[in-house]
Design a protein around this ligand. Structure first.
Ligand SMILES: Cc1cc2nc3c(=O)[nH]c(=O)nc-3n(C[C@H](O)[C@H](O)[C@H](O)COP(=O)(O)OP(=O)(O)OC[C@H]3O[C@@H](n4cnc5c(N)ncnc54)[C@H](O)[C@@H]3O)c2cc1C
Length: 497
């Protein structure tokens, strides 16, 4: 009897190595690697063209990696359920992935089929999501400590033929990226970045908060992790073998745990993407929606140079370091007092590394919508002084301030007119005045959150809500100020788990 044909359906696991579905298909029959371009993804407007290009490059590279093993990746276009239904295969193997509602509903329907086998080797607890407080970090640790799955040997050729190509899909959807400095997609480029990062990891701790340094010294592995060109475990294991032990490696490793933690949170509750975790904050600031303010924030015209530089960097490059993401989210919610979801969606659309599990949970956490994370209002002026003291980042992304004296970059509108005249930059004409007044808006945000605090606490007495809202850095007291994050960059260290 001939070997069963097994479709290996790739989604956000664009790699050959450390791939449980592929390994299982190799063990059980003849693997037929497949990718389906889902029109829903392209039409949703939730992915900028640069991210689409990153995925397409990753697919081209994945096909080449299959080529190394004697096989190929077959490409299809259409509703994945229909495409998979029509494939001339005996079974379908797929790695589980953490998705929002659309993907989850699709998967639930598909995973019920008797010919579909679902693999999950990802550090996520899929077994009993309704359970009370479980120790998610134990399963994450077990995942990191297990050896990555070995790459397959020689594969049979793929009997399935592509019905479309990356070029066809790019033409159909008019994919024309405008962003610059976007990393090349694919597992090969991911490995190159990982090996390079291992050589410079000692620069990592000092480069987390300052945005210009982070652009150079942060790992920049996030898009590769988001699309599964690399697994968190491959990164963890490679660095444990090839990077020196010490603070830098420990700090970095804690981020990989965060990655798993937030994925676990979305796996537990898909509502993170569209509903305030703590119901007391549902619709907070929604009624105040001011399109002008939102546009000023999106386009980097708020009159706060570091916010503007960051928002323009996001638009231009699709990447920002953690601190600037947190500061822009905080500014949006507390200072502009706009509804979090619109801001979170804007990030999601523009980030190359957009990961629903991290983006929306971080937004809710930075916007204090859990009721457990503190109201942390970043002061964008202080951030300039601390994290861009020479104005390197501001000058790069806000060219109209290039000639502005460094000592006034934290608050350009306060620069004396003589100074403005001397450098030829008039605030209010060449660069905007602040769109809102920082201190007054900060006070108002404190009042609003202060008024709701007791009710939010009360809501947490519901065990279901408390379970959803709990993040690993619980126990952090409510502090209405910026934390001292000089060493941790505002994220937990491994020892805090
Ligand atoms: C509002 C907001 C939205 C965010 N949205 C995303 C997102 O959509 N996708 C995304 O990958 N990260 C997101 N982050 C987390 C973090 O900012 C990025 O992971 C990081 O900046 C990516 O750059 P890097 O790969 O150089 O990070 P490194 O510092 O080198 O970290 C390595 C990896 O650890 C993981 N990681 C780092 N920080 C976090 C974190 N706080 N939470 C969870 N995982 C983390 C990422 O996978 C990252 O690639 C967000 C943070 C905030 C505050």
């Amino acid at each position: 009897m001939s070997e069963p044909r097994i479709a290996v359906w790739h989604r956000d696991d664009l790699r050959v190595r450390d791939n449980a579905a592929l390994a299982a298909a190799v063990a059980d029959g003849r693997p037929c690697p497949v990718y389906v371009f889902d029109p829903q993804f392209y039409r949703s407007g939730m992915a900028c063209d640069a991210r689409l290009r990153f995925v397409h490059e990753s697919l081209t590279d994945l096909a080449a990696r299959y080529g190394d093993h004697g096989s190929d990746l077959a490409l299809f276009h259409g509703d994945p359920e229909d495409v998979l239904e029509d494939l001339p295969v005996d079974r379908i193997y797929v790695n589980r992935s953490v998705t929002g509602r659309y993907g989850r509903e699709r998967d639930e329907r598909l995973f019920d089929r008797p010919d579909v086998r679902v693999l999950a080797d990802d550090g996520i607890d899929w077994t009993d999501r309704a359970r009370g407080d479980y120790d998610w970090s134990e399963q994450a640790e077990a995942y990191f400590e297990r050896d990555p799955i070995r790459p397959p040997g020689r594969l049979s050729d793929n009997p399935l033929e592509s019905e479309t190509s990356v070029a066809d899909v790019e033409r159909e959807y008019g994919v024309e990226p405008e962003k610059v400095d976007v990393p090349e997609g694919g597992p090969s480029a991911g490995w190159t970045r990982l090996t390079g990062f291992a050589d410079t990891i000692t620069d990592y701790p000092g480069s987390i908060a300052p945005p210009a340094k982070a652009e150079r010294n942060s790992s920049r592995l996030s898009p590769y992790l988001a699309f599964g060109c690399l697994t968190p475990r491959q990164v963890y294991r490679y660095l444990h073998r090839n990077a020196p032990a010490g603070t830098a490696r420990e700090m970095f490793t804690s981020r990989l745990y965060w990655n798993r933690h937030y994925n676990q949170k979305l796996a537990d509750w898909p509502g993170w993407m569209d509903r305030a975790v703590n119901p007391v904050y549902t619709g907070l600031f929604r009624g105040r929606h001011d399109p002008e303010l939102v546009a000023a924030w999106r386009e980097g015209r708020t009159g706060y140079p570091l916010v503007d530089a960051s928002m323009r960097a996001l638009q231009e490059t699709g990447w920002l370091n953690f601190r600037m993401r947190a500061m822009c989210a905080s500014f949006y919610t507390y200072i502009l007092q706009c509804w979090w979801k619109v801001g979170a969606d804007h990030f999601y659309r523009h980030l190359i590394d957009a990961d629903a599990a991290i983006n929306y949970t971080q937004w809710q956490s930075q916007s204090a919508l859990t009721g457990v994370s503190p109201v942390r209002i970043y002061n964008p002026r202080k951030q300039v002084r601390e994290n861009d003291p020479d104005g390197e980042f501001v000058r790069e992304y806000v060219p109209e301030l290039r000639a502005f004296p460094t000592e006034h970059l934290d608050q350009p509108e306060k620069a004396p007119l003589a100074v403005q005249d001397e450098c030829g930059i008039r605030i209010g004409e060449d660069y905007p005045r602040p769109v809102v007044e920082l201190e007054a808006h900060r006070e108002r945000a404190r009042e609003v959150f202060g008024r709701l605090a007791d009710r939010a606490e009360e809501a947490l007495s519901d065990p279901e809500i408390r379970r959803r809202a709990s993040l690993s850095r619980r126990g952090g007291d409510r502090r209405d100020s910026e934390r001292d994050e000089t060493t941790s960059g505002g994220q937990s260290r491994l020892s805090e788990f």
